[in-house]
Design a binder for this molecule. Structure first.
Ligand code: WQD
Length: 339
């Protein structure tokens, strides 16, 4: 049997591909390279010493999806990462985000159903909780008041997958709600390589560390947190990747549909991260305190109890590991994967 990984050349998808190959799975990767580069595929092979089939394909092209399942009848499950994921961009391009993420997932599920593939692990996000009523956040927390179109696509896709499951109980659905993925594989061969100026904190910090950007803009220090800067649950991307292995194993055994918060359960502020980065790498990150970024919330971190109890998964890497590995990736790849 084998696993189809959509978006498998992306930041999280490539780390998941490594973990699935290392765990002995046969995998097929599909990616349209809209936010990734072909060289990532070589890096995955270099890290694992293993080969896999790849299709340059788009979720919106039903014929290309059918071709993948037709040519690989041994695929029995899908890990679904492919999607646009920039919060700010989604506000200015809602049509593109709803079409690509929601329509794309509908096409994927249609092709899966027609090929008898009814097991999926879906890459969702803590963004579905919007501004949480309380932290730490449990899976039972209110979902649906996402503060941006990107988050809304995740809310909608979760609802679609639930309705598919209700209509046909042969489906097995595991929804993983990520908190803040950072870090990189210890080899420094794969990592986060956002297009343009990074929106997220850690890739911005690593570019400051690498001299590509002059200083970090800290978006607000008047939040209701221990030091006034925003608190988030940062999780090492390898820990996150491994959660997908556990989720697939669990849903195949337990069957049905389930939801899991994938975080460490510990919140760190922006200034905590700046301090941790210095301690982990010796690099001082210059910063300026500025105004709040629209849409940001004070604090967001997970209660990871359910993932521990049901999936047998907990995060193994700490914030020092995350800073060290992010820095290592950037130092080894100052221009990311290049042009
Ligand atoms: C973290 C903290 C900022 C940049 C987003 C998405 C979420 C997920 C992860 C996809 C906040 C502060 C940031 C900077 C700063 N992505 N910050 N200066 O907003 O928590 O989550 O990315 O699933 O869905 O919403 O992550 O890294 O952008 O911000 O001060 O240059 O760092 O204000 O407090 P966020 P982030």
């Amino acid at each position: 049997m084998s696993v189809l990984i959509t978006g498998g050349a992306g930041f999280i998808g490539s780390h998941a591909a490594v973990e699935f190959l290392n765990a002995g799975y046969e995998i097929v990767i599909m990616d349209n390279f809209s936010n990734s580069k072909p060289v990532v595929l070589d890096r995955i092979k270099q890290i694992t010493g293993k080969d896999f089939k790849f299709y340059r394909a788009d979720l919106l092209d039903l014929a290309s999806l059918d071709k993948i399942f037709d040519e690989n009848p041994e695929i029995d499950s899908v890990i679904h990462f492919a999607g646009l994921k920039a919060v700010g961009e989604s506000v200015s391009k809602p049509l593109e985000y709803y079409h690509n993420n929601v329509t794309g997932t509908l096409m994927l599920c249609d092709s899966m159903r027609r090929h008898g593939v009814k097991t999926i692990v879906f890459s969702s996000s803590a963004t579905v909780y919007g501004a949480p009523d309380e932290v730490p956040i449990k899976e039972s927390a209110r979902v649906g008041n996402a503060t941006n179109p990107y988050g809304e696509t995740k809310v909608m896709i979760e609802r679609i997958l639930k309705d598919i499951y209700v209509s046909d109980k042969e489906w097995n659905v595991s929804v993983l709600r990520y908190f803040n993925p950072i870090g990189a594989h210890k080899s420094g061969l794969i990592g986060e390589d956002p297009n343009g100026i990074p929106n997220n904190l850690m890739p911005y910090i690593t570019k400051v560390a690498g001299g590509k950007l002059p200083y970090l803009h800290v978006f607000g220090n008047d939040y209701n947190t221990h030091d006034g800067t925003g608190v988030r649950d940062y999780i090492h991307v390898v820990d996150l990747a491994r959660a997908h292995l556990k989720a697939l194993e669990s849903i195949k055994e337990r069957r049905g549909i389930d939801y899991f918060n994938i975080g460490t359960g510990t919140g760190y502020s922006v200034l905590d991260i700046v301090k941790a980065y210095k301690e982990a790498t010796g690099v001082e990150i210059k910063y300026e305190i500025e105004g709040r970024r629209p849409g940001d919330i004070d604090a967001c971190f997970a209660d990871p109890t359910k993932a521990r109890e049901i999936l047998g998964w907990t995060a193994e890497y700490d914030i020092t590991d995350m800073c060290r590995d992010s820095n290592n990736w950037q130092r080894n790849n100052p221009n990311g994967y290049g042009e």
